[in-house]
Design a protein around this ligand. Structure first.
Ligand SMILES: Cc1cc2nc3c(=O)[nH]c(=O)nc-3n(C[C@H](O)[C@H](O)[C@H](O)COP(=O)(O)OP(=O)(O)OC[C@H]3O[C@@H](n4cnc5c(N)ncnc54)[C@H](O)[C@@H]3O)c2cc1C
Length: 387
């Protein structure tokens, strides 16, 4: 049975929706499309089925409610419910933001009004709760009491992809290189490396850190840049009881990972498209002394190993760009998550599926994350970006 939104005749090379990239974002779009409309013909086009360079395999897989924009809180809360529905356990140890009192107080009321379970903690209470923490220079802490923590990101990705395929989405290996368009700018077909083409009613750019070049192939400027982050796996002889994911005001973070810790910071300078190899020098140059200052036991840290992944940084305002550009009304974007894409992929995927199937948002109104703000030059400001 055909649905009103379907636009293409069915043939082996013709689908309702072609999604480019099968990381967590593409998988989530495919999952929601096929869940909301079991008749939808959906294909995921992925050039590397090992996903070894995909951000979804290389993230810190943490989820938080402590954002400065209510929409980011709502998206992450949706993500939390989705994780539970998928049967993915969340280690709910919370995020602990450390810093100046005024900005943390200003955020707390708004976060709580939006359902976040967060508490402000004075330095003396921080020392009692976390005796291993040096609170020198810290005016206040903001701790997530529930609904924040970390999870197995690759397991979430694998599960969403598995369910999308079980619901009928097809995963094919291939590299999208361009688009065939009609006189109105609508996408008619995807052009793949090797010369094949797939006709589609809709196309979705879910190419993660590589989304900009795909957008450029459709003539659309997308300010999403691949920025390398090195994550260090560290061992420490001392245990840190109840350790949350700590955000230091100097710009690094750490959290427990099994019997180790993982940590990272924002490189300076932060350049585009560096090779996807860890920068081991960063630990001595930019991390170790700051970590040992905040947690004296970290003076004895040892680097066990490290990995590198790309943040898909939206240099316009460090928030996701979701929706279509007026120049190509059936090419949908879900890009530029800037360090919070694992937790936002469930909401983003549902939103894109609703736009395609129903022509409007029904669950969460993600319109503020649309292209219009870029066209108008009005950034959606999110102050709580983790480098
Ligand atoms: C170090 C690090 C830590 C992070 N920590 C967190 C965190 O704690 N919490 C959080 O929520 N998020 C975090 N993130 C961000 C999160 O990982 C990403 O936002 C998310 O994984 C993006 O998913 P994606 O599907 O868009 O991209 P990807 O997972 O990169 O998938 C894109 C896919 O598209 C494919 N592709 C690209 N171009 C083409 C093409 N032309 N044709 C065919 N296939 C193509 C690629 O092969 C790839 O598999 C972190 C990221 C990094 C790097």
């Amino acid at each position: 049975m055909r649905r009103a939104w379907c636009m293409t005749p069915r043939s082996p090379n013709s689908v309702d929706v072609a999604i480019i990239g099968a990381g967590i974002v593409g998988a989530s779009v495919a999952y929601w499309l096929t869940r909301l409309d079991p008749w939808a013909s959906v294909v995921l086009i992925e050039r590397d089925r090992t996903f070894e360079r995909a951000s979804s395999s290389l993230s810190a897989s943490a989820i938080r409610q402590q954002f400065s924009h209510p929409l980011n809180i709502r998206m992450s809360r949706f993500g939390l419910g989705f994780l539970r529905e998928m049967g993915i356990a969340v280690e709910e140890k919370g995020y602990l933001y450390l810093g100046a009192a005024a900005p943390l107080q200003a955020l707390n009321e708004m976060q709580r009004a939006n359902g976040a379970d967060v508490a402000l903690i004075q330095p003396a209470d921080l020392s009692r709760r976390f005796p291993w923490l040096n609170v020198a220079g810290i005016e206040l802490g903001s701790l997530g009491l529930s609904g924040e923590g970390w999870f197995d990101g690759p397991a979430l990705h694998a599960e969403v992809l598995r369910r999308a395929r079980a619901q009928g989405a097809r995963l094919i290996e291939g590299e999208a290189q361009g688009f065939e368009r009609d006189a109105n700018g609508r996408i008619r077909a995807l052009l793949l490396a090797g010369g094949s083409r797939i006709e589609c009613g809709h196309a979705v750019n879910a190419a993660g850190p590589w989304a900009r070049s795909l957008a450029a192939a459709a003539g659309i400027p997308l300010p999403v840049h691949a920025r390398r982050r090195t994550v260090f796996v560290l061992s420490c002889p001392e245990k840190l009881p109840n350790c949350p994911l700590v955000i230091d005001p100097s710009g690094f973070w750490f959290r427990p990972e099994g019997r180790h810790f993982i940590a990272a910071t924002t490189p300076d300078p932060d350049q585009d498209d560096l090779p996807l190899e860890p920068n081991f020098a960063e630990f001595d140059e930019a991390l170790w002394s700051r970590m040992a200052h905040r947690v004296p036991a970290f003076a004895a840290l040892r680097v066990e190993r490290a990995w590198a992944g790309y943040y898909e940084m939206n240099l316009f305002d460090a928030n996701a760009i979701i929706g279509a550009h007026p120049a190509a009304p059936n090419l949908w974007f879900a890009n530029g998550f800037s360090g919070h894409g694992m937790q936002q992929a469930p909401a983003a995927g549902r939103g894109v599926a609703e736009l395609i199937l129903r022509g409007r948002y029904e669950t969460l109104d993600l319109a503020p994350l649309g292209f219009q703000r870029l066209i108008d030059g009005r950034p959606l400001v999110e102050s709580s970006i983790i480098g």
